[in-house]
Ligand binder design. Structure first.
Ligand SMILES: C[S@@+](CC[C@H](N)C(=O)[O-])C[C@H]1O[C@@H](n2cnc3c(N)ncnc32)[C@H](O)[C@@H]1O
Length: 389
């Protein structure tokens, strides 16, 4: 079913045409593209992709809103969560994909109040446009905080200690699309139709995809045909690149997603790939290239397994709601009594959005990987449900 989407502006239409033309050129040169390559181009092609060009993206004027954009509650609780990993004076925070800089601003402010400021707050951001927004946002902080912030072109290669944080980043990593049909496994790619427009194309699955899908669906449950879903075989290598050099500390990933057995439920036969354009969600990634966000849920069992493979402990897997409650949310809520009625109402709305099951509370999960830390020092271990992974 196609839902009605807002009309893009004439400039946006022109931009989408340029992105489509660039992708079509790749298809004419290389043949139909695997979906992960299409997603990579549509989101990250320099100067063209959704995250690389100037669209507003995050917040009321953009396409979607994230937890740090709602207010300061999410950042305050996350600061409580990571504070035990920032005891030593040389500990850093590394944030992946910092969006508008809202989480960085909130974390730095709360960590300063807790007396746990990191030596450096380092941001790894692939989008030049978002880097500029982060720079402008963080420039408004106290000079002592601004001085700690730096942008990295790649995750730290040298050993470091502290906390890695990533909110809604793993869902933005390109995924491969597959479909089980009566005849067997097919990879879904993107080619051109007779009129030269972007169109779905069937590709023969390679050995890697075949093995990964067999592993993901190895639970013996019958699945309907066709059964479409996504997979990110690159996650272990990606995690090694972003967290492998974290010697002592925490890596905290917050995102929408599932343990593997829930991800690949027989009833989830259309997968989780979604597109966001001006706060409308739909499921056609081939329209509006470069204008809409493309995203798929996170397989938290895969991410946790990759962490264990790197020598991390799984310190916590919890719903966002349970995690926030374990990391200081009741104390923040108790402050409501001291606020004026408008601020009270705002805080109530923010907490409801973050925690209610029908909002972000259960759909969003938190995976905390730890290395070399005493689990008794971590406020969230009581919320751990990693037995579900
Ligand atoms: C959905 S936005 C979330 C932004 C922000 N964390 C928030 O919560 O508002 C995804 C972010 O991840 C960034 N990103 C995507 N792939 C990345 C990668 N491989 N490494 C670092 N950042 C990445 C995007 O540029 C963007 O800033």
């Amino acid at each position: 079913m196609r839902i009605a989407l807002p009309e893009p502006t004439p400039d946006e239409v022109e931009h989408a045409k340029r992105v489509e033309a660039a992708i079509a050129e790749c298809i004419r040169t290389d043949g139909p593209l695997r979906f992960d390559r299409y997603m990579d181009l549509a989101l990250y092609a320099p100067g063209l992709g959704y995250y690389s060009a100037g669209a507003a993206k995050i917040g009321p004027a953009g396409d979607f809103t994230t937890a740090p954009e709602l207010g300061t509650v999410f950042a305050r609780c996350l600061a409580e969560a990571i504070a035990p990993s920032l005891v030593s004076s040389d500990a850093d925070v590394v944030e992946l994909g910092a969006g508008t800089g809202a989480l960085a601003a909130g974390l730095l402010g709360t960590l300063a109040a807790l007396g746990r400021l990191p030596a450096r707050y380092r941001i790894v951001e692939v989008s030049a446009d978002l880097r500029e927004r982060q720079r402008a946002r963080l420039a408004a902080l106290d000079a002592a905080l601004v001085a700690r912030v730096a942008w990295l072109d790649a995750p730290p290669a040298e050993p470091w200690r502290g906390a890695l944080v990533a909110n809604e980043v793993v869902d933005a990593l390109p995924c491969r699309l597959f479909e089980l049909r009566e005849q067997g496994l097919v990879e879904l790619g993107v080619g051109l139709d007779a009129a030269g427009r972007l169109a779905w194309a069937d590709l023969a699955p390679d050995a890697r995809l075949t093995a990964e899908v067999a592993d993901a669906l190895a639970d013996g449950r019958d699945r309907p045909r066709p059964y479409r879903s996504e997979i990110r075989p690159q996650v272990p290598a990606w995690l090694a690149a972003v967290a492998g050099s974290l010697e002592t500390g925490l890596a905290v990933f917050v995102d929408y997603g599932f343990p593997r057995d829930e991800y690949y439920l027989p009833s989830r036969s259309m997968g989780t790939l979604r597109c966001h354009f001006r706060h409308r969600a739909h499921d056609d990634p081939l329209i509006l290239p470069g204008l809409q966000d493309l995203t798929a849920s996170v397989d938290f069992s895969q991410l946790a397994g990759a962490g264990r493979g790197l020598g991390f402990d799984v310190a916590c897997f919890a719903s966002q709601s349970a995690f926030l409650f374990a990391c200081g949310l009741p104390g923040i809520f108790a402050e409501a009594a001291t606020l004026d009625p408008l601020a009270q109402a705002r805080l109530g709305a923010e907490v409801r959005t973050l925690t209610l099951p029908g909002e972000m509370g259960e759909r969003f999960r938190v995976l905390a990987l730890s290395r070399g830390l005493d689990p008794r020092a971590l406020p969230f271990v009581g919320a751990d449900r990693s037995g579900r992974l």
